[in-house]
Design a protein around this ligand. Structure first.
Ligand SMILES: [Ca+2]
Length: 392
């Protein structure tokens, strides 16, 4: 009992060691707009579209409206072509940042591929439990006329830390949950859901073609294992495969291509250091052998958060590039960024460019919008939604 209480009160964003508690030292975001001549000739203008506290994840509806999930447990809507923030009522009650700086009320929203028919959205959030405990959960809600109804939890996690978590839905209506790593070796324990990517049907049931279904000692929800902090999931628009932004410790941030039944190594191997300084990998050096290699990695850390493939035409030199947001570089506050990565057709890295470091914001999410522009959220109390558009 004493142990359970200790775990429930521990910071969420950790597995074996806590990140040092640093105050928010990002700088005030100027009014903008900001213009840049980027490295491969794609000139851009960055506009502050809206300001609001703790925007955490961005999702577009098929009609072009933008939904913003906030750490405060609220959803705002920005209607297509406007900048006003509209409250979207009716979501699940959530534990917000007032319960501790590492708690995230709403962590992501996924849209059902048949949204036009059923109106279903999926919200991953921190659910309050009895005795001030909490867990991660996914609520399915019906969206219509700017409101949410028919609220139903279709998944309630056993990760007592309550996140941070991520969510995505593939065109085959499978729901993907990035369930962060828990403590100790939990990410390697097939009897727990901690440190795993889970794959569910759209009603929360387990698909019979999941890789470990029927295998003794394995939870059937598991699709992949050996993950640390699963902050971002996205679906590639060409092959419909799922990609994960996984925050490492001090170094060893990863982008992983999620393949059935694979083990991605945490906490046995990592290309990062533990927070006190020694290498994380058990071999006393940074290795990632014997497990699925990350597609991309960072050392030092950029604190990978969101990710998306650029699907539009408005920024033609960036077509198909992977954009990865980061909240801070090298453990130093005020050093967030967006990295643009050029990949070949096997998703092997060719080139990488760092953008927007001069804004000094914790950039939490990046989304390729249906209008061909790129949208960002900054994880700050004085937070903002930014829009990247082409410039002459
Ligand atoms: Ca790994």
């Amino acid at each position: 009992m004493a142990l359970a209480l200790t775990l429930a009160q521990a910071p969420a964003n950790t597995s074996s060691a806590a990140a040092p508690a640093l105050p928010g030292l990002s700088q005030p975001l100027p009014a903008g707009p900001f213009t840049y001549r980027t490295g491969e000739g794609q000139n851009i203008k960055v506009t502050v579209l809206a300001r609001l506290p703790w925007p955490y994840a961005l999702t577009f509806l098929p009609n072009g409206d933008l939904l913003v999930a906030q750490r405060t447990g609220q959803i705002k809507r920005i209607a297509k072509g406007t900048t006003a923030l509209l409250e979207v009522p009716g979501g699940p009650p959530a534990v917000g940042p007032e319960a501790g700086s590492t708690v995230h009320g709403y962590m992501g929203i996924a849209v059902h591929p048949r949204f036009a028919q059923n109106g279903w959205l999926y919200i991953i959030y921190t659910k309050p439990l009895a005795d001030k405990k909490r867990t991660s959960a996914v609520a399915r809600v019906r969206y219509a006329d700017g409101k949410l109804t028919d609220l139903k939890d279709i998944w309630v996690g056993e990760n007592i830390t309550g996140g941070p978590e991520s969510i995505a839905m593939t065109p085959d209506a499978k729901l993907w949950i990035g369930n962060s790593g828990g403590f100790g070796d939990a990410a390697q324990d097939p009897k727990t859901l901690a440190g795993k990517i889970l794959r569910l049907n759209d009603d929360g049931s387990v698909p019979m073609d999941n890789p470990f279904v029927g295998q003794e000692g394995y939870r059937p929800e598991i699709y992949t294992m050996g993950h640390r902090t699963t902050l971002g999931l996205t679906v590639n628009p060409v092959n419909n495969q799922v990609f994960l932004a996984e925050m490492g410790p001090n170094g060893g941030d990863e982008i992983n291509w999620i393949k059935p039944g694979k083990n991605y190594g945490w906490p046995i191997v990592s290309l990062g250091r533990s927070y006190p300084g020694p290498w994380q990998a058990k071999t006393n050096e940074p290795v990632h052998t014997g497990y699925e290699l990350p597609l991309l990695y960072w050392m030092p850390s950029i604190s990978t958060s969101g990710l998306d493939f650029y699907k539009g035409d408005a920024l033609p030199k960036w077509k198909g590039n992977l954009f990865v947001s980061g909240v801070r570089y090298g453990e130093i506050p005020g050093t967030g960024r967006v990295d643009r990565v050029v990949l070949n057709d096997k998703f092997e890295e060719l080139r990488r460019e760092t953008l927007l470091t001069d804004l000094h914001q914790r950039i939490r999410d990046v989304q390729s919008g249906p209008d061909g522009l790129i949208y960002l959220a900054t994880d700050e109390e004085q937070g903002a939604i930014l829009r990247i558009e082409p410039a002459p």
